[in-house]
Design a binder for this molecule. Structure first.
Ligand SMILES: [Zn+2]
Ligand SMILES: [Zn+2]
Length: 342
């Protein structure tokens, strides 16, 4: 192997800046492992939860889980050097009950998640804010369609695949939807629902700037203070439990409510059981996704990336060395995703 070390940005704990470090590339890959040189990573909001201490992570560690890259070493059949790929953010065993019986590989008994593992674990190359990552044997690796720019493909393995999972089952009929929160998950939801032929996708967000994007992705922005019409489905992607009462109110009898955004502990609900059962509602919590959701997401991008302006959602790339600036830019909410290029 020509290169011998990887550049990484290390997270040392909440409130501390990232620090550049190097880590040796593995001399040998274990059976099933794949070494990827990262082309582009994007900063997901869940990393901000980790950085702010709302979610714990072993330290030091390499954060970052949304990325695309090129295979530079492979000990797995079917994955060849030179391929441009993305991968599932969860590595799972394939044998335990969540993997084999419950259809929830993302809840595997032996789960490993990229961007959430200690630097001392394995090769240390466990996250995407780095020049390289070592993918483990239980990770699904998928080729990225050639026409897709890196900036369009990078968020697929977290944000988009999660939305594909969240919207896999729709109520019957499903003609009107309310999407609460116009971060990247909300934008993908508009695009995915309009792709599936749903014409009325109402969108709610406190930020006029975020709402201004939704029309281009098939959504209908709700003016501040207006109530949506009665809908068949509500999707929560704000992360705020304050919207839940309004969502329940908007649903028709028999409607579905899907919760995706409230991934941190401060999500106590102000809701009565009566409000849910009298309307015969179905509530579904969605966390991450299974490999087929990522495959469907990549197909969807390949079919729609020339029709929908996905590229404008991602910032021009900053070099890996400027990750701290990239985090600040993410906090400014100027972009749906800030891109980092090793
Ligand atoms: Zn994420
Ligand atoms: Zn498992």
């Amino acid at each position: 192997m020509i290169l011998s070390s990887s550049r990484v940005q290390l997270f040392h704990g909440p409130g501390q800046p990232f620090q550049m470090a190097t880590a040796p590339l593995p001399d040998q890959l274990r059976r099933g492992e794949v070494l990827v040189q990262i082309s582009l990573a994007t900063i997901c909001g869940s990393d901000l939860h980790t950085m702010d201490g709302r979610r714990s992570a072993p330290t030091p560690c390499v954060l970052g889980h949304e990325a695309v890259g090129h295979v530079i070493g492979s000990s797995r059949d079917g994955i060849a050097t030179g391929q441009r790929v993305t991968w599932t953010l969860a590595d799972s065993c394939g044998h335990c009950a969540p993997c084999s019986r419950w259809h929830l590989p993302q809840k595997c008994d032996h789960l490993f998640k990229y961007g959430h593992a200690a630097f001392s674990d394995g090769s240390g190359l466990n996250g995407c804010y780095a020049s390289h990552i070592v993918l483990r044997p239980g990770t699904q690796i998928m080729p990225v369609p050639a026409a897709l720019p890196d900036a369009v493909a990078a968020p697929a393995n977290c944000a988009l695949a999660t939305i594909v999972n969240a919207l896999e089952t729709l109520p019957d009929p499903c003609e009107r939807v309310l999407v609460q929160g116009m971060g990247l998950l909300g934008i993908y939801a508009c695009a995915w629902l309009s792709h599936r032929g749903i014409r009325e996708v109402y969108c709610d967000d406190l930020s006029p700037q975020r709402l201004s994007l939704v029309k281009e992705f098939g959504g209908i922005p709700l003016e501040p203070g207006t109530t949506p019409p009665e809908v068949d489905l509500v999707l929560e992607v704000t992360g705020s439990s304050a919207v839940i009462r309004e969502g329940v109110k908007a649903l028709r009898p028999g409607g579905h409510y899907v919760w995706v955004g409230m991934v941190h502990p401060e999500t106590k609900l102000d809701l009565t059981g009566e409000a849910v059962l009298r309307k015969c509602l179905t509530i579904r919590g969605v966390h991450n996704y299974a490999p087929h959701h990522l495959a469907d997401g990549l197909d969807f991008l390949a079919q729609n990336h020339t029709r929908l302006p996905f590229e404008k959602l991602t910032s021009p790339p900053l070099p890996l060395e400027q990750l701290n600036e990239g985090i600040e830019l993410t906090r400014s909410r100027q972009w749906q995703r800030v891109a980092i290029q090793p």
